[in-house]
Design a protein around this ligand. Sequence first.
Ligand SMILES: [Zn+2]
Length: 184
Amino acid sequence: MAHAVSVPDPDPVPTPGAEHVRTPGPDPVRTPDPVRDPWRDAMRLALAEADAAAPAGDVPVGAVVLAADGTVLSRAHNEREAAGDPTAHAEVLALRRAAAVTGEWRLTGCTLVVTLEPCVMCAGALVQSRVERVVFGALDEKAGAAGSLWDLVRDRRLNHRPEVVHGVLGDECAAQLTAFFRSR
Ligand SMILES: [Zn+2]
């Protein structure tokens, strides 16, 4: 004799559209920025270079120098502690290395990309090197000499004034510095 088998109810068929499924959406659309966007890749290199400063206890600041065609001529990070040298800022080291590569102290047509706004010393070195452009990430409101406290690189009394682009990956650059100072 057939035995009635109790069959559990199948799962209720979901009603299309009844469920609200939270799916990760696309990244928020970033407004294209024709001034800053071309320097984002170079700034990522500078950020990676800045990471190399931390093991010696140096403030993580990184810089790269690009030739006019975009070739990376040099990279450097802050080595003030590592070298015991008050002038061993990332920008100064990157400029020296770029000049060593090109064999020419004039870095005409070159762009220096750095994670933090240059100080007075570095702004002076940038003017002296005749770079075409300075690109930086985070503002340095306590010591910046490219727009914050001073604007040495664009002082009209100087006969060479590099173009300045600021705020490239600015949040990432600032976060890297904040994380370093919090961890101390
Ligand atoms: Zn400096």
